[in-house]
Design a protein around this ligand. Structure first.
Ligand SMILES: Cc1ncc(COP(=O)(O)O)c(C=O)c1O
Length: 408
């Protein structure tokens, strides 16, 4: 099949809707338009049935015992806000301390910062150079005042997958609620909230080939029963945790996306890991001073994050952007030109944090696309380095750290 340009390899910013998902959604825009809270006619019953089915599909994807534990939201950002602020408000009497990590997505970091302004204490646990959190660091951070531990399941830039089961076990032993931002992980890697001791879990449809604008928060009902204060008051939908008319077509799409992802997860993971490994080998074997960011094994199958020394990530993207959609830093922060705080947290220099490129593959990428993207990236990096005086100096053996720049 002929390759269609631009090639999309930015699937950790969003994914295309799977045709099976779209097909499931369409009737709910037209003839099946009922309100799921309309209790006294068939339109309402039909919509309610569809929402319940989706709840069960999502519950099954993450190993939740009871579909009632799924609360629909507008996406990952809202779920994270609801989890953190909801626990903070509900358990304030018990304690005012929260433990999280330095590499959470912006939603996690920004909510934690707001809570700090409101009088909560937050400990931001560092990560190791491979992006993994040391569980012993979390244990050290927990105090008698800790009410919540929040650690992302898989990182949006480097794809590193944390030892969630170990953190869940620790939280349980300490009697602390455990939230995980599984926005990048759900549908890509096995999740079992029971086996992993997860009390709250945030996820979103648009990163698993579902529509944008719908997400979910898993809220444990038993062992322990977790309570959260709502962000939005109103008609008392979603058992009082999130009022507002449910977006039925989006929810149906989310449910279908979860079902398809669960069914094909193992095969898809193996296929994407093979394509990703090919891309990685192609680039790392042809480009000097290119460094893999994150853990080489414990990462999402479609994720590849590389820093190219002596070139700006943004310049590589500009060199490629007519034909390839990639990302430098995270999509959510790429409107600013700040270096990636995730790469910096691994201990990389500011230069390398500025030069990271994220390739994220998806369900519909092909081998041919991988070859093309790899080859073009190599060409662009070589071309940029040819124009770079710093690269020239480095090639001449000058240690750039020893240079005294004028004006310094
Ligand atoms: C790790 C992570 N958390 C949260 C979000 C926010 O999710 P949403 O875009 O559904 O608000 C994203 C978005 O990419 C993400 O990657």
């Amino acid at each position: 099949m002929a390759v269609k340009f631009p090639i999309f390899m930015d699937a950790q910013s969003t994914t295309p809707v799977d045709p099976r998902v779209l097909e499931a959604m369409l009737p709910y825009f037209t003839e099946k338009f009922g309100h799921p809270a309309s209790r006294n006619h068939p339109f309402g019953w039909e919509a309610e049935g569809a929402v319940d089915r989706a709840r069960a599909q999502i519950a099954q994807l993450i190993g939740a015992r009871d579909p009632k534990e799924i609360v629909f939201t507008s996406g990952g950002t809202e779920s994270i806000n609801l989890a953190l602020k909801g626990v903070a408000e509900m358990y304030r009497e018990k304690g005012n301390h929260i433990v999280t990590t330095v590499i959470e997505q912006r939603a996690g970091i920004d909510v934690a910062k707001r809570l700090e302004r409101q009088g909560f204490e937050v400990t931001y646990v560092p990560v190791q150079p491979d992006g993994l959190v040391d569980v012993a660091e979390i244990e050290k951070a927990i105090t008698p005042k800790t009410i919540l531990v929040s650690v992302m399941f898989a990182n949006n830039e480097i794809g590193t997958i944390q030892d969630i089961a170990a953190i869940g076990k620790l939280a349980k032993a300490k009697g602390v609620i455990f939230h995980t931002d599984a926005t990048q992980a759900a549908g890509k890697t096995p999740i079992d909230v029971e086996a992993m001791g997860i009390d709250l879990l945030s996820c979103t449809a648009h990163l698993m080939y579902g529509p944008k604008g719908v997400g979910a928060l898993y809220v444990r009902r038993k062992g322990p029963r977790v309570r959260i204060a709502p962000l939005i008051d109103g008609g008392g939908h979603e058992r009082g945790m999130r009022s507002g008319t449910l977006p039925v077509p989006l929810i149906v799409g989310f449910g279908k996306a979860a079902e398809v992802s669960r069914e094909i997860m193992a095969d898809e993971g193996a296929r994407l890991a093979k394509l990703r490994d090919r891309l990685q080998d192609l680039i790392l074997s042809s480009v000097e001073e290119a460094f893999l960011n994150g853990h080489p094994e414990r990462r999402l199958a479609g994720n590849l994050n590389i820093s190219f020394a002596y070139v700006e990530g943004e310049s590589v993207l500009m060199g490629l952007n007519k034909e390839t959609a990639l990302s430098s830093g995270s999509a959510c922060t790429s409107s600013t030109l700040e270096p990636s705080y995730v790469i910096a947290a691994l201990g990389a220099s500011a230069e390398l944090a500025h030069s990271s490129i994220r390739f994220s593959l998806h369900r519909f990428n092909t081998e041919e696309e991988v070859e093309l993207v790899g080859t073009r990236t190599i060409e662009v990096v070589h071309r940029l380095r040819e124009m770079s005086p710093l690269w020239e100096l480095a090639k001449e053996g000058v240690d750039l750290k020893t240079i005294q720049w004028k004006g310094e």
